[in-house]
Design a protein around this ligand. Structure first.
Ligand SMILES: NC(=O)c1ccc[n+]([C@@H]2O[C@H](COP(=O)([O-])OP(=O)(O)OC[C@H]3O[C@@H](n4cnc5c(N)ncnc54)[C@H](OP(=O)(O)O)[C@@H]3O)[C@@H](O)[C@H]2O)c1
Length: 351
């Protein structure tokens, strides 16, 4: 099969590689569409870690081609349309390929009405949302909404993860406060956020304290770098609170106790993670992720959820380097870079 692999010098190349073989509990997936995450770019720029022959890509949507050994009967069927996440960039299994293998219990069922291009973005963004809102913050989910709304701050309602977090939190009955650039404030309100403030305005944390009556206890920082560790910390109320962070940091706020909890999507596999951040194996993360995959499948099948607007590049995997350049140049705004595998020139048997 063709796959986008690391060369070992910080660049990537479309190469012929061996097809992966599903192991115990795994399925073989024919990949139809893939989405791009900042992590995919970061793997390439961190030269030391781009060993040759690693297949890039995490987010995928595709069709089950083969069921491996030990998959419980009835869990999955050949031909099922599914989406999910693999830990691309660290070995010979990644999403930017014609085929991949993944855990049969860690996939999302794609409803008939949803395209593969939209489904490809669900894995990282929705699972990170669930880890943040439920595993870390213990908030209600859309499947068991609350009638006593609590406030949550989702910093960056325009980021791919933030767009899903805003919608999941709103569907769960929470009062959602979010941030965006001035030009995207109405867009984030259209996702259901109750209050959206300009992230570049230095008064935004103070305004959030005022909007929440100084009682905000829960936040998810979907940027977690630059000014946001301070901005999010200062938005919490006088009793402090908990921030789910997507990059690791400790709060410097001293006037109130602020706990930060680093969320890592790759921890869903329950295995130790070495890269991009060391993270110990935690079986509860795997057990939670199985529940979250079912939850996400139900939500997308039954509730009004808006996908992140898709920005489809023309040449499938041959366009990935251009997509990386655009992301590194800061040209991704409230949209999801997406590639269709069959658009890749030179495939033997495109779908
Ligand atoms: N730990 C994990 O498992 C995990 C999972 C997912 C993502 N992440 C990390 O989280 C970060 C976001 O990833 P993503 O894919 O969700 O984002 P993304 O879609 O690439 O984010 C782009 C958006 O970020 C917004 N933005 C930029 N600076 C901001 C700021 N200071 N405050 C608020 N919004 C700002 C921009 O909004 P405007 O267009 O309005 O300017 C832009 O639309 C990345 O660093 C990624 O590596 C980590």
């Amino acid at each position: 099969m063709k796959a986008l692999v690391t060369v070992g010098d910080g660049t990537v190349k479309l190469q012929d590689v061996d097809m992966p073989v599903p192991g115990s509990g795994q399925i073989l997936v024919k990949v139809v569409a893939v989405a791009q995450n900042p992590t995919d770019c970061k793997f390439c720029t961190l030269l030391l870690h781009t060993r040759p022959g690693n297949i890039l890509g995490c987010d995928f949507a595709g069709i089950i081609e083969e069921i491996g050994p030990d998959v419980p009967a009835g869990l999955r069927s050949i031909g099922d349309r599914i989406a999910g996440v693999v830990h691309g960039g660290v070995g010979p299994n990644g999403a930017y390929a014609e085929y991949l293998v993944t855990d049969a219990a860690l996939v999302i069922a794609i409803p008939d009405a949803m395209s593969f291009e939209h489904a490809a973005q669900l894995g990282v963004a929705c699972l990170t949302t669930c880890q943040s809102l439920y595993q870390c913050l213990g908030l209600p989910s859309p499947l068991e909404p609350t009638s006593t709304p609590q406030d949550i701050l989702i910093w960056s309602g325009t980021s791919a993860t933030g767009q899903y977090a805003v919608q999941f939190a709103k569907l769960a009955g929470l009062r959602v406060i979010s941030t965006a650039s001035a030009k995207n404030i109405e867009f984030v309100k259209s996702l259901g956020a109750d209050e959206v403030l300009d992230y570049a305005d230095s008064f935004t944390p103070k305004r959030i304290v005022s909007i929440t009556g100084g009682n905000l206890r829960y936040a998810m920082d979907c940027i977690s770098e630059g000014m946001t560790p301070n901005q999010v910390s200062m938005s919490l109320g006088g009793d402090g609170g908990t921030i789910a962070t997507l990059l690791p940091y400790e709060s410097k706020r001293r006037s109130a106790p602020v706990q930060t909890v680093f969320i890592l999507a790759y921890s869903i596999f329950g295995q130790p993670v070495e890269f991009p951040f060391p993270f110990p194996a935690d079986k509860t993360h795997y057990d939670n992720a199985k529940i979250y995959c079912e939850m996400i499948s139900k939500i997308i099948a039954t509730m009004p959820l808006k996908p992140v607007p898709v920005r489809l590049y023309p040449d499938g995997l041959a366009s990935v380097e251009a997509g990386f350049e655009d992301m590194k140049a800061g040209k991704v705004h409230a949209e999801k870079i997406t590639y269709r595998i069959s658009d890749t020139p030179g495939l033997q048997s495109p779908l």
